[in-house]
Design a protein around this ligand. Sequence first.
Ligand code: AKB
Length: 322
Amino acid sequence: MAMKRESILVIGANGQIGTALLPLLRTQFGQSHVIATDLRQPQSDQGLFELLDATKPDALTDVVRRYRITQIYHLAAVLSAKGESDPIWAWNLNMQTVLNVLEVARLHKVKKVFIPSSIAAFGEHAPKYDTPQMAFLDPATVYGISKVATENWSMYYHKRYGLDVRSLRYPGVISYQSMPGGGTTDYAVSIYHEAVQGHNFECFLSADTLLPMIYMDDALRATLELMDAPEANISVRTSYNLAGMSFTPAELTKAIQVHFPDFVTEYKPDFRQAIADSWPKTIDDSVAQQDWGWKPAFDLPRMTQEMITNLTPVYQPLVSTL
Ligand code: AKB
């Protein structure tokens, strides 16, 4: 297959989504056409990398010009739980990076930009079940507020300047490639790490907290399918609702017990419970289905099988020497 002559910039490449997305982008566009950037060096170096603080417009401009960037994936953000420890810092970091990306993309005629949003954009006054694409957005966290602002800025840049910005409202993303940091849905990743090590798990949400989640393979496929969709199909310029599956910590524990019957979860809800309670329980993503054919492939049992299969070898040497 002939490589597309694009030059792709990934901001926040060491994060949960960036780590898993980079290999796919490098396969699709070619090793020398994907530039990974982050505040810190990656743990393993697999391609072009630049240190970049995306809060600095000059530094971002320099990378975009030097590599003649045609597409930007902006994946750096302070997540829901961490953002609450320092709201003004979280707001400044999330918004400065978004505004720099949009403005530098506009000035340097970048063809396409991806900036994710989140289920955290919803709050108290959105319906909790089958939350629709168009719902009232009154988020409870600074992360959620920054995502609503990001959605509106993206739509503004599209309407005013014709910038092709695309976005998904990610549910909690579950993956084995790296640990997420600072999210409320992160319990659903940590639980697998404990289970494969033969440990029990202390959950910071209550047993019956139903939340929308998605397996990383589905989240990445959705991202690439959205970015590949013809521009004429994109009817939503704020951010698309995206559904994978919804489950509670108790249901996730049961799915893990199919593989590890002695596995036990203890429940000790903390401040993250109120954040989870402010979010949707299930998502209506019918607009994404209609516009660009979205359909998830992973349910809870299939994802659990994959997580355990991929994480077991990571801990095998440790477990067998105990
Ligand atoms: C978080 O929990 O903050 C994130 C999200 C749902 O956007 N995983």
